[in-house]
Write a protein that binds this ligand. Structure first.
Ligand code: CA
Length: 248
């Protein structure tokens, strides 16, 4: 079978960290991903997975949910504390709760075992393509997220709209950074509570609405008809990036 991936993409040789304790599945994933031009790193338990992630900075992570030493949800949570790396979760369970928790912790997608290797490769390509199209991936190397006239300097905790520096509270900043870090991605209120306020925070989901309201007043030209921070009815919020939308 001829690879469909364009040459320039294959040349990039993106690296994918596979965290999977079942040898057969790890082998199958490796075989199919390598055939598609990716470099594959394999970790056999959660702790090793996290270590390899921190050491090797892969372009994407495929993470099994049930792992020895540290489970997949905990690995996901720890990776998300430090990175927006694309993350695909694998689950053998039919239990919907785990998938939802995984997505709320920041996984980009999930697949239920048994899966078709070909579908897995298609998903991986799609997730990586989406990640590349987002402006963030390109500019966040120095810690700055830039969208048109909105500039988020993460290391300095500084936000500018045009030439104007906007004073945000710590939570407003964290909220904006989280949303803008994954343009186009829908975050539920619970996911935002977990990521911005911390997993142990037992707040009301309305806390999120209140902060989105004040944040919009500070960064949006028209807070009642926001350009960046969009409401997704019945679910939560997303940051809209013109490039993400155009290519969706
Ligand atoms: Ca497993």
């Amino acid at each position: 079978m001829m690879p469909i991936t364009p040459v320039e993409e294959r040349m990039a040789g993106e690296s994918i960290l596979v965290v999977e304790d079942e040898a057969n599945i790890a082998k199958l994933l490796t075989m199919y991903l390598e055939k598609d031009g990716y470099r594959v790193l394999v970790a056999r338990d959660g702790q090793q997975g996290l270590e390899r992630f921190e050491r090797d900075h892969p372009d994407m992570v495929i993470l099994d949910l049930l792992l020895p030493k540290m489970d997949g949800l905990e690995v996901c949570r720890r990776i998300r504390r430090q990175s927006f790396v694309p993350l695909l979760m694998l689950t053998a369970k039919r239990d919907e709760t785990d998938k939802i928790v995984g997505l709320e912790l920041g996984a980009d997608d999930y697949m239920t075992k048994p899966f078709s290797p070909r579908e897995m490769v298609t998903r991986v390509r799609a997730i990586l393509r989406r990640a590349k199209q987002s402006t963030v991936t390109a500019v966040s190397l120095d810690g700055t997220l830039e969208f048109d006239d909105l500039m988020i300097d993460v290391p300095r905790h500084e936000v500018r709209v045009g030439a104007r520096v906007v004073a945000l509270t710590a939570k407003e900043f964290e909220l904006l950074r989280t949303l803008a870090g994954s343009p186009g991605k829908v975050f539920s209120r619970d996911a935002l509570l977990n990521q911005v306020w911390g997993y142990d925070y037992y707040g009301d989901a309305r806390t999120v609405d209140v902060h989105v309201g004040t944040l919009r007043k500070k960064v949006e030209a028209q807070p009642s008809s926001p350009r960046w921070i969009k409401t997704v009815w019945g679910i939560g919020y997303k940051f809209e990036d013109a490039i993400t939308e155009a290519s969706a």
